[in-house]
Design a binder for this molecule. Sequence first.
Ligand code: ACO
Length: 451
Amino acid sequence: MLSIEKPTTETIKRTTSGSAPVSKTATVSFDGKSIDLPVTVGTENEVGIDIAQLRAKTGWITLDDGYGNTGACTSDITFIDGEAGILRYRGYPIEELAEKSTFVEVAYLLLFGELPSAAQLQDFRDHLTHYQFIHEDLRHTLQGFPPAAPPMAILSAMITAAGCFEPALMEGFDDHRTAELAARVMSRVRTIAAAAYKKAKGRPMIYPKSDLPYVANFLHMMFSKPYMDYQPDPEMVRALDQIFILHADHEQNCSTSTVRMVGSAKANLWASIAAGVCALWGPLHGGANMEVIDMLTRIHQGGESVSSFMAKVKDKTANVKLMGFGHRVYKNFDPRAKIIKTACDRVLAKLGIHDPLLDIAKQLEEVALRDSYFVERKLYPNVDFYSGIIMRAMGIPTDMFTVMFAIGRIPGWISHWREVNLNPNGRINRPRQIYTGPTNRAYVPIEQRPK
Ligand code: ACO
């Protein structure tokens, strides 16, 4: 029998960012013996029992399928209180950043921990402009993809390929070059994403323009045509900038944990980010924004009522989920969803668009928030529920939605990769398992196996 005596709040002290974690202990009783395990307390009083010595002292490990209770690291970057619906980047509430900041400034904040001075921000912007072009040979790589290739596949492959053109930067981590490295990746990912879109449409790639800021430049590469420049509406630029801010980091989610995992093996930034893109692609993660629009479209085109769809969602045998709802950490409103819903109303009103999918989304939300199935399971709209509707209104095709998420998440991934590389005690990430397969057995020659 193993039991854990939790530390009381009186026995633990808060640690401040950057200082050594305060070590108090939790007592684990095991087969009549007791061992003390250290406890780490975060700046927001989150408590974690450090089990690094558990196996050495007891022979046992912890088992946590899906990592719902496992803290994989300490991190200074992003704080989430899922019960209270709080999200902060480096201490700054997401609501304030979404209203007052810009994506490029937020990227700087995530990367370096502080809001930049005017000079630092300009310097970072100059870096982004300087590194906005991809190598011309990468255009040939792009041509090799079939017309129907998913943009997320193109994005991850092209990021890995782009790294091949920067061999010196692939060598090892050098924090003096973080700003340059981050700007190279952030800027080029944006150029690659727009090029992937043009490729899918069978249209010529549009080069970036040095006089445009980050988001306007992206919209230019997406929607300009040769000799016909697209004039981005400032309201659209602001809305997309806000979407990128809201997606910029979300602590130890699936894709970020992937980036950290790959980075822990000392893999270079391109390889680590490309792995993050692949994880994000999954429909239970970043791919959910596409699934939401597919779901709403199916309901709309099939003329299905909201109540009939919701009945299927609640019927466990139907295998239907309300996409864009639920979250591993948020057991209250996802604060990003609130901001996006407001932006959605603003953008659609500005564009004079009435989207029936928005009506359906609002009806689904209204029903869900009153229905005991969702209330008991604490299922609320997540960031993906309304983001697709804004992007659709902007003319961004559904299969590019997850790519948009990836562009937004790049600064977060780089910040985590940097944190992994800066950790002097960092080790390769390598979980253990409880083996449940066959025990030792003798090899059976093929002629003796059942026909
Ligand atoms: N629709 C219907 N039921 C749901 C939903 C949903 N969207 N989400 C969770 N549930 C149910 C589960 O079936 C389960 O029910 P049960 O207790 O009767 O078995 C219960 O709620 C708990 O859900 P879990 O799957 O255990 O929650 P988990 O933390 O593992 O998964 C996830 C979180 C993947 C986000 C899940 O809520 C989901 O699949 N949502 C839809 C996909 C989605 O929107 N993903 C985007 C997440 S945000 C992001 O990654 C950017």
